[in-house]
Design a protein around this ligand. Structure first.
Ligand code: NOJ
Length: 566
């Protein structure tokens, strides 16, 4: 943190996580050390040096806990154990140590809206054992489902349990029963788990779907004719703020000021994010929001055309919330989204250009950038030849619904190739060896067809290396107070081809100007006269380091330039 601007720009709310670049690891697909086709923790350890070279400050690890893997680890049967497929607790401790030795922090995933149906709590709850009877939402259903709520995975949100002879609520798969947060014993269990992992030395949690933990008091009657089948009864529910405050106070407790809490919040808007984030509010440090990755999607799996000005408007609203005291994770890809490169760029014609442009565009905003594994080498969406190529439970359910509606796979295959979560879950492509160097045996999910050209080894040997560009970008942000804390201002919001913005602060005598061409065409860009400067120095550019003066510049397809204006 050597940049003097940092202390100038921020007076008293400096936080390590506001200055960090995070790297997300989906353990199943990252690196397989023992040749069983499934990624594992020792495999991650083998790549810690790689992460260090990239320059990231923290790793967010998707769930590695004991789990039957109905939803790839988001169904946890033991919160204090590592899934044997991934290794042991000793392996996990070694990973933490290796990361910490290189000053890389570790964030774990906390999945407590629901557990696995194999968790002992649920087993006891099914048996109506006194202590656990009320750990989940059980309702009688003499006349069918207790209400019309739908799960996020395109099925009814209730399943009948033969043993207890009642229905239970699950907002995700039937194997993920929702925990009853109204029960103080459940909350105490959660806070103990949080404490247990923090005692093990981790640096924070990403909180899975945290804004649906409070269900409306009306449950189970729901609202049978409502347009939204349930969401209005559980998104940002009535007790959310109380639960989050308790989580922060009793769960994070003494660690609160050192660690980070990152709340994944579905359907959240900037206003609500302001309520939940920041030390002055509910104690969630930053939110993961979705509006920017939903622009191309109608309700369900339908594509919608969108325009760059819409993206600008969404991002500008979120940047304004950050300016007011909220904080956000900046991402364009993760394990639930198709690859950002396929969504916003053009991997076929302009892989290097659009991958590096998108990185520049994203990382210049105010917030904490997240790099999703494989993004740093320009991995893109894959193809699905038949339904058997779909692994994701949501995709499988959706296919089942389409099939029942009489569709052939060929007719709907494009929906999966555009939006399917499996796109980003294919193994990381390390080399052009068989199985992309991910494993020595057939991986649990097929490797992308392009692995012989698109892989870490090839990228790093190339003079147009996406990895190299990411590491320069991360280096530019490192310790840079203006980029972490300076204000954000969109330039020419009406321009539907070029996304440009300024990062500046009254106390700093220079500013940054980001100019990113979002198209596969040459575009001209003119800086408005209101932006005054004497010198314009390009400090980072994906195509041409000697880029022209930004007063009027011709940008090549997907060209991105960061200027320092003084
Ligand atoms: C959000 C996670 O990111 C996703 O992968 C999972 O399926 C759901 N939450 C349910 O836990």
């Amino acid at each position: 943190m050597g940049n003097s601007a940092t202390t100038d720009v921020v007076s008293n709310n400096r936080e390590w996580w506001k200055e960090a670049v995070f790297y997300q690891i989906y353990p199943r697909s990252f690196n397989d050390s023992d040749g069983d086709g499934v990624g594992d923790i020792p495999g991650i350890i083998e790549k810690v040096a790689y992460l260090d070279e990239l320059g990231v400050d923290a790793v967010w690890l998707n769930p590695v806990y004991k789990s039957p893997q109905a939803d790839n680890g988001y169904d946890i049967s033991d919160y204090r154990a590592v899934n044997p497929e991934y290794g042991s607790m000793e392996d996990w401790s070694r990973l933490l140590e290796e990361l910490h030795d290189r000053d890389i922090r570790l964030i774990m995933d906390l999945v407590v809206n629901h557990s696995s149906d194999q968790h002992v709590w649920f087993r006891e709850s099914r048996a109506s054992t006194d202590e656990y009877a009320d750990y989940y939402y059980w309702r009688s259903g003499d006349s069918g489902y207790p209400n019309n709520w739908e799960s996020y995975f395109d099925t009814p949100a209730w399943s009948y349990d033969e043993k207890r002879e009642e229905y239970y609520l699950h907002l995700f798969t039937a194997e993920q029963p929702d925990l009853n947060w109204r029960n103080p014993d459940v909350r105490a269990e959660v806070f103990d788990i949080v404490d247990w992992w923090l005692d093990h030395g981790i640096d924070g949690f990403r909180l899975d779907v945290i804004n649906v933990i409070s269900k409306a008091v009306g449950l189970p009657d729901g609202d049978p004719d409502a347009e939204h089948v349930g969401t209005e009864h559980f998104i940002n529910g009535p007790d959310l703020h109380d639960y989050l405050n308790e989580l922060s106070g009793e769960g994070f407790g003494e660690y609160r000021d050192e660690v980070v809490s990152i709340g994944e919040c579905s359907n959240i808007d900037p206003e609500t994010a302001l309520d939940v984030t920041g030390r002055e509010s509910d104690g969630i440090d930053m939110t993961i929001f979705f509006e920017h990755v939903e622009l191309d999607r109608e309700e369900g799996w339908q594509h919608r055309e969108w325009d760059l000005t819409e993206l600008k408007s969404v991002m500008a609203d979120w940047q304004a919330a950050v300016e007011e005291g909220a904080w956000v994770s900046l991402y364009h890809s993760n394990h639930d989204q198709p690859r950002g490169l396929s969504r916003f760029g053009d991997p076929d014609q302009f892989r290097y250009e659009s991958a590096t442009m998108l990185a520049t565009w994203l990382h210049g905003h105010k917030g904490s950038p997240f790099v999703y594994q494989g993004e740093e080498i320009g991995m893109s969406n894959v193809t699905f030849e038949s339904p058997s190529d779909l692994d994701d439970i949501w995709a499988q359910n959706h296919w089942e619904n389409e099939r029942e509606a009489g569709k052939s796979f060929e007719e709907v295959r494009g929906e999966f190739e555009r939006f399917g979560r499996d796109n980003s879950r294919t193994p990381v492509q390390w080399s052009d060896e068989e199985y992309a160097g991910f494993s020595t045996s057939e991986p649990w999910l097929g490797v992308g067809d392009d692995y012989e050209e698109v892989n870490v080894e090839a990228d790093r040997a190339s003079d147009r290396s996406v990895f190299e560009f990411y590491s320069e970008l991360i280096e530019l942000r490192s310790g840079n107070g203006l980029l972490s804390y300076g204000g954000f201002e969109m330039v020419r919001p009406e321009d539907s081809s070029v996304y440009a913005y300024r990062r500046r602060h009254d106390s700093v005598d220079h500013e940054y100007l980001f100019v990113c061409n979002f198209t596969g065409d040459t575009e001209s860009f003119e800086l408005p006269d209101t932006v005054e400067y004497e010198t314009a120095e390009p400090v980072l550019a994906n195509l041409n380091k000697l880029a022209a003066d930004p007063a009027a510049v011709e940008l090549r397809p997907y060209e991105a330039i960061v200027y320092e204006l003084s």
